[in-house]
Design a protein. Structure first.
Length: 327
């Protein structure tokens, strides 16, 4: 695997091209890990957010924080069991209702732009950046950038602008974040709520994972300037959103579990001992077959390097959707 092929050409239509790196956490209800936040700097420590179903990522150079609640083997077993139970419940429901599992999904998206004031520095990014972000999501999940075709498409339903200095910056795990989401979140489990703003602690974004019961915290938070055309150097092509939405759809990092165990619970993503940064072509940290999947959206490499989901990841996302988020 090498650098993303023809990235600028594929994203030229209506999407500013620059770069952006992805660095989040691991976890999720229903198949393996829980959630945490990772430093974008090699060797950085991880941190557990207040919401046990969320994860975050930190900009390179940010102070590392220790994760006091790293996922245990018991947590992995519990999450695997929960997904299996959710799938059984859904199968029984569909059998009784005469319904079938979805094979294609269009996800309604509501974007909440959190602003300190009406200036760009105060969070007032233009609508064009948001529409470009939706275009990036659609390209990535349709396989248009060179990866597997997934079942998912995204439809922007609403842009909601809120000026509230008490919510700016958005502080992960804070009472203000909970208040913001409780006040603004709309729709059911199938509605993707994205919250944009300046973020605390040099974070680029975080996301919640699927749960059987809808939480008001459900959704994705992303640095406003990480959208296409933003000012976050190396992090402004929109794939912070791609990566975070992957977690919202139940994907783990490609380096989840390191070289042993079930890894990221996807068989066609080669094992990876630790996050990859920048674009280390040819990196191989595990003895198992395959080079590290540095071009995968769920690693930590730059946007200019990552361009794909695998068929296994596409399957995992659809399975989780039908278990947790399908109406």
């Amino acid at each position: 695997m090498g650098p993303r092929p023809n990235l600028l050409t594929r994203r030229a239509a209506g999407v500013a091209s620059t770069t952006l790196a992805l660095l989040l956490s691991t976890a999720v209800v229903g198949v393996v890990p829980a959630a945490s936040a990772f430093s974008a700097a090699p060797g950085g420590a991880c941190v557990e957010p207040a919401d046990s179903h969320s994860n975050a990522r930190i900009k390179p150079g940010a102070a590392a924080r220790h994760d006091p609640n790293e996922l245990t083997a018991q947590q992995v077993r519990e999450r695997d069991a929960d997904l299996a139970a959710a799938l059984r419940e859904r199968a029984n429901f569909r059998a009784g209702a005469g319904a079938t599992a979805l094979a294609t999904v269009t996800i309604p998206v509501v974007v909440h732009v959190i602003q300190e004031n009406s200036t760009r520095a105060g969070g007032n990014i233009p609508d064009s950046m948001i529409t470009s972000q939706i275009a990036v999501l659609n390209q990535a999940y349709a396989g248009a950038t060179g990866g597997a075709v997934t079942a998912f498409a995204f439809r922007l339903d609403k842009i909601n602008r809120v000026t509230n200095p008490s919510w700016y910056p958005i502080v992960q795990g804070s009472s203000a974040e909970r208040s913001m989401k409780s006040s603004l979140r709309v729709g059911g489990k199938n509605t993707l709520n994205i919250y944009l703003g300046e973020l605390s602690n040099d974070l680029l974004g975080w996301a919640t994972f699927p749960q059987r019961n809808l939480s008001s915290m459900d959704g994705v938070v992303a640095l406003n300037e990480s959208l296409p055309g933003g000012t976050a150097t190396n992090y402004n092509q929109g794939d912070t959103g791609t990566h975070e939405v992957g977690h919202w759809l139940n994907l783990y990092h490609t380096f989840q579990g390191g070289c042993g165990g079930s890894g990221d619970s996807v068989s066609d993503t080669p094992a990876e001992a630790s996050p990859a940064y920048q674009c280390p072509t040819g990196r191989n940290t595990c003895s198992a077959t395959g080079l590290d999947p540095i071009t995968n959206f769920m690693d930590y490499t730059y946007d200019s390097c990552m361009y794909q989901f695998t068929p296994g990841q596409a399957s995992r996302m659809l399975t989780a959707w039908n278990a947790y988020r399908a109406a």
